[in-house]
Design a protein around this ligand. Structure first.
Ligand SMILES: *Cc1c(COP(=O)(O)O)cnc(C)c1O
Length: 365
């Protein structure tokens, strides 16, 4: 069986180093906010190219705490996309703020910068730009828009760890970058974890306080906070994976190239790589008319493809009150035709060949 993503393969591949890291934590007698996390925070900031990074419990918290640190809450509006993981929007709603959706650019599946201006009101405070499937949004246009309208630019980099815009890492361009390290992500823990990047010392300190009871220092709560800490075991595991992130992204890009070269003559739309950015292929997304038939056909051949995402966020029952959009036509169209072929760095050549041949067979080629 070939799965759409398969984090166990990576855990096996790096198990020697991972066990060494876990053993270090076992004997350290420090399990929360200790040496592993502080080292990871330094190493990750260094990797992304920001002054600071702060570990939190997961990617949803990274977004919610970032909004909170920027003072965004009740009465405020945050512009983002409906074609994303539900978590992006949950974070906005959890703050008591209102999500305002814009449609996506069809070839890239990411936020359409030309649809932003008409959504701005006096209450708009921020844009959450989601680098979807491993591909950057149009940062040039979106950043320019945010500066012009005095809005915070928050990057949701949960699907694009290590991706580039020009020669800059994603997560270093907005005021804040938010990362999920869910096990299947490009940089994945073996449990829940999240990271926030920023160059602003005040934001860094506020975020560090918000993740632990609002503590400015021990037992002194200067603001309302929560518990959203990244534990030492996950931090030790992420330090191992971070060393191999570029190598793993290169494997994803190699697999993507094989897919692109060998499926080019078929009646499906293949991912398009944006100029001035590097695609790190968290997901290899194609669109095809007979999506469900292809899914079934692949499953019969023991290949499990995915859908990202079958129901756009604005059509989810829990977001009913924001479902008044007639203008998200590309988002809705793509949810009916999108399919994700298996994509993870440890996929073997024979498996890639089998996937390519199965897709070709489906089209009688
Ligand atoms: C995975 C993901 C999240 C949420 O991360 P969790 O760690 O599951 O909370 C947020 N945004 C995007 C785009 C994601 O892919």
């Amino acid at each position: 069986m070939i799965l759409c993503s398969d984090p166990g393969k990576q855990a096996t591949k790096y198990q020697k180093e991972i066990k060494k890291g876990i053993n270090r934590v076992l004997s350290s007698n420090s399990y929360i906010l200790g040496q592993e996390l502080y080292e990871l925070e330094k190493e990750f900031a260094n990797y992304i190219g920001t002054k600071f990074s702060i570990g939190v419990a997961n990617g949803t918290d990274a977004l919610e705490i970032s909004l909170e640190a920027l003072g965004i809450g009740k009465g405020d509006e945050v512009i983002t996309v409906s074609h994303t993981a539900i978590a992006t929007v949950s974070a906005i709603v959890s703050r008591g703020a209102k999500p305002v959706f814009v449609d996506i650019e069809e070839p890239f599946f990411t936020l359409d910068p030309n649809k932003l201006q008409s959504e701005v009101t006096n209450n708009t405070k921020a844009v959450i730009a989601v680098h979807l499937y491993g591909q950057s949004v149009d940062l040039y246009k979106i950043k320019k828009f945010c500066i012009k309208n005095n809005l915070y630019l928050i990057e949701d980099v949960s699907q694009a760890h290590g991706g580039l815009w020009g020669n800059k890492k994603l997560g270093s361009i907005g005021v804040i970058g938010c990362f999920s390290c869910y096990p299947t992500k490009n940089l994945g823990a073996l449990g829940d974890a999240g990271l926030i990047t920023t160059n602003d010392i005040k934001l860094r300190n506020k975020i560090a306080a918000l993740r632990q009871y609002g503590w400015e220092k021990r037992n002194y709560s200067s603001m309302h906070g929560r518990n959203s800490r990244l534990d030492e075991i996950q931090a030790a595991i992420l330090r191992v994976k971070l060393k191999y992130l570029d190598q793993m992204n290169q494997s994803r890009q190699r697999i993507a190239k094989l897919y692109l070269n060998n499926l080019i003559d078929l009646p499906l739309s293949l991912p398009k790589i944006r100029q001035n950015s590097s695609h790190v292929f968290h997901i290899f997304s194609v669109c095809v008319e007979k999506r469900n038939d292809l899914l079934k056909f692949l499953k019969k051949n023991n290949i499990i493809a995915g859908i990202h995402y079958p129901l756009p966020v604005h059509l989810q029952p829990s977001f009913n009150e924001y479902n008044k959009y007639s203008k998200l036509s590309i988002t809705e169209k793509i949810s009916l035709t999108q399919i994700s072929l298996p994509m993870y760095p440890e996929l073997m050549n024979l498996e890639i060949e089998k996937i390519i041949n199965s897709v070709r067979n489906f089209f009688g080629k």
